[in-house]
Design a protein around this ligand. Structure first.
Ligand code: NAD
Length: 334
């Protein structure tokens, strides 16, 4: 069997079709089957050689499916994860864990009860540039880390969907759980945890509904602080034209700065540079620019599925902490 994992996917929409399925293929794993009530989504899966079921129950009954990637709209993660946890299959569930904190809490209870191998799909942990960044921070390249600054933004208009006629659930507060803050900030918050090896503990946010015509926030600024005192700020937005610079990550320290441009997101590549804190000179940092974070995420999850000692890298409790930060930030909005 080796590391060639048999995957199922619940919710074969944009991210599953355009990023996860290629990641499964490029890792040498196999997409066995999908479950999706949408006809167009099922047809797309069949065109990629997968079996296509209407229900999660049918996917669970498929013995060739070992691990399941959940990529439904946010409010539907819970029912899929609870059913899958009871089935004994491993679960990789998209972020945010759920649209509502109570659902995320219930998911953690379910995966704990069944001792499920569960991970939230924080693909940014697996971008080769971010892995290089983490190693450089650990080696002390920037000295004492003082601050992390993240910009992660895009343009999301009200009619955006991946298939014609499909529901744009992202602009529905009950289905999405929020707007740009709920959708995009989890990536940055989790990435900070990955880079530093410690979580944000205090977080405040301001949101706006400024440029788009819908009920969820289209922009947010967040400020946070870790237990050891590192500050973080994040700008996330649905109101930033895609042609503008909109994906940037900076790690500042007492001896220099690491800057990653165009690495946040689903695709391979981008750039990483070190700026020396005394001379101000720049130095490019090499990393694998061919491997996408989705490919690396599939490889890492598959490896941990076969080698349980590697599962320590994943923590549903840590992911629930990120959800709690987001819920608190929304609840405290003026
Ligand atoms: N990690 C990332 O970079 C990233 C990028 C995009 C989306 N996401 C996350 O992935 C999830 C899906 O986002 P998307 O943009 O692909 O959405 P989408 O709307 O393109 O696709 C959702 C799919 O789920 C299907 N679906 C609806 N109800 C279902 C049900 N009950 N059971 C099974 N399938 C059902 C729909 O038919 C559709 O095919 C969200 O949680 C989102 O936050 C993550």
């Amino acid at each position: 069997m080796g590391d060639r994992v048999g995957w199922g996917i619940v919710g074969y929409g944009w991210v599953a079709r355009d990023y996860m399925a290629p990641g499964i293929r490029d890792a040498g794993h196999r997409l066995v089957a999908v479950a999706d009530p949408g006809l167009a989504s099922r047809a797309a899966a069949q065109a990629h050689g997968a079996r296509a079921y209407e229900s999660v129950a049918e996917l669970i009954a498929d013995p060739e499916v070992e691990a399941v990637y959940v990529a439904t709209p946010n409010h539907l993660h819970r029912e899929a994860v609870e059913a899958l946890a009871a089935s004994g299959k491993a679960i990789l569930c998209e972020k945010p864990m759920a649209a509502a904190l109570a659902d995320a809490e219930a998911m953690v209870v379910a995966v704990d009860r069944h001792s499920t191998f569960y991970a939230t799909a924080f693909d940014q942990r697996h971008h080769p540039a971010h892995r290089a960044l983490r190693d450089l921070i650990a080696e002390g390249r920037v000295g004492t880390v003082t601050t992390i600054r993240i910009v992660y933004a895009c343009w999301l208009h009200r009619d955006w969907t991946s298939f014609a006629g499909q529901d744009n659930w992202r602009i529905d507060p009950l289905k999405a759980g929020g707007g740009a803050l709920m959708d995009l900030a989890p990536h940055g918050l989790d990435l900070i945890d990955f880079l530093l090896g410690e979580s944000i503990v205090d977080l405040a946010a301001l949101t706006q509904a400024r440029a788009q015509d819908y009920a969820v926030d289209d922009g947010a600024l967040l400020i946070g602080r870790t237990a050891s005192g590192i500050l973080a700020n994040l700008h996330v937005a649905y109101n930033c034209p895609d042609a503008l610079p909109r994906r940037r990550l900076e790690v500042l320290g007492t001896e220099g700065q690491l800057t990653a441009i165009d690495t946040m997101g689903q695709v391979a590549g981008g750039s990483l540079t070190f700026t020396d804190g005394i001379s101000g000179t720049f130095q490019p940092i090499a990393f694998d620019t061919q491997a996408s974070p989705f490919l690396e995420q599939v490889r890492a999850f598959g490896s941990a599925l076969r080698r349980p000692d590697e599962r320590a890298a994943y923590s549903a409790t840590r992911d629930l902490h990120t959800m709690r930060l987001l819920a608190r930030a929304y609840a405290a909005l003026p």
